[in-house]
Design a protein around this ligand. Structure first.
Ligand SMILES: *Cc1c(COP(=O)(O)O)cnc(C)c1O
Length: 225
C-alpha cells in the first residue's frame, strides 16, 4: 500500500474526536509533504536536531502544526518553544515552569500535554499520578503555556491488556483534572487507545512503514496477547 492509501485507511477508521499525529521522526521531508497535501497537518518529532532542518525545509507549507514528543532537555526549551506549537512530553513540574518562563520571554504560548508514567519504567520520564495531583495547583497557574491534556506511553513489553489498563487510567486522570486531550496509542495499540478515549494517536510505523533513518524511541513490542 502507498503512504497515501495507508493514511486514508487510518483516518477513515478514526472517530471524529480522535486526531492523528503523524510521527515523522526518521522520515524524509518528501513524505511529510505528501501527507500535508492530503490534509494531514499535525506532525510529531522527538529530536530537535533532526526536526529543525525539516521544519525549515517545509516552511512554505502554511498551517503545519509541529508537536514535540521526545524527551526535552532544559537547554533545548527555547528552541522548541520557538518552533513547536505543541509539546506533548512535559514530564516534570520543573520543566513546565521553565517552558512557561521561556515562552513568556519568546512571546509564545505552547499547548502542552503532561507526560504521565502510570507504571514504573526506568527508561521513561513522566509525572507519577500522585505527583501530578500534588503539582496540579501550581501547574495550572503557569501563565505562558496552555495545559490541554495528558500523554501516556506504556513501558516496553506489556501485554495489550496491560496497555489497555494504562490507557483507561490515563483517560480517568485527564477527566478528573478536567483535561480534554489524551495522547496515547501508537502503531501496535492505537485501536485499544481509541476505545479507551484517546483524542490523539501518535503513529509512526503503521503510517509511514519502516523508518528511513535510525531514530531513537519506542518501537512496537510483540507481546500482543
Ligand atoms: C516514535 C514515537 C511514536 C511512534 O511510534 P510507532 O510505534 O512508530 O507508531 C509515538 N510516540 C513517541 C513518543 C515516539 O517517540
Amino acid at each position: 500500500m502507498t503512504l497515501s492509501a495507508r493514511w486514508r485507511e487510518l483516518v477513515d477508521q478514526l472517530p471524529d474526536r480522535v486526531h492523528l499525529l503523524a510521527v515523522s521522526k526518521g522520515q524524509p521531508v518528501a513524505a511529510i509533504r505528501q501527507l500535508a497535501e492530503l490534509g494531514q497537518m499535525d506532525f510529531g518529532e522527538s529530536r530537535l536536531q533532526e526536526a529543525l532542518p525539516k521544519l525549515e525545509a517545509l516552511e512554505d507549507l502554511p498551517g503545519l502544526r509541529w508537536h514535540f514528543i521526545g524527551r526535552l532537555q532544559a537547554n533545548k526549551v527555547r528552541a522548541v518553544v520557538r518552533s513547536f506549537g505543541f509539546i506533548q512530553s512535559v514530564d516534570s513540574q520543573r520543566l513546565a515552569e521553565r517552558i512557561s518562563r521561556i515562552s513568556g520571554e519568546e512571546k509564545r504560548c505552547p499547548q502542552v500535554m503532561l507526560q504521565v508514567k502510570f507504571r514504573d519504567d526506568p527508561c521513561k520520564g513522566g509525572f507519577g499520578p500522585a505527583q501530578l495531583r500534588e503539582s496540579w495547583p501550581e501547574l495550572i497557574e503557569l501563565p505562558h503555556l496552555k495545559l490541554i491534556g495528558l500523554m501516556a506511553m506504556a513501558p516496553m513489553g506489556l501485554s495489550l491488556q496491560q496497555r489497555k489498563n494504562i490507557f483507561q487510567e490515563c483517560r480517568d486522570l485527564a477527566d478528573e483534572l478536567g483535561l480534554a486531550e489524551c495522547s496515547m496509542g501508537m502503531s501496535g495499540d492505537w485501536s485499544e487507545a481509541v476505545d479507551a478515549g484517546a483524542t490523539w494517536l501518535r503513529l509512526g510505523g503503521v503510517l509511514f512503514g519502516a523508518r528511513v533513518k535510525s531514530a531513537q524511541g519506542p518501537t512496537d513490542d510483540i507481546n500482543d496477547v
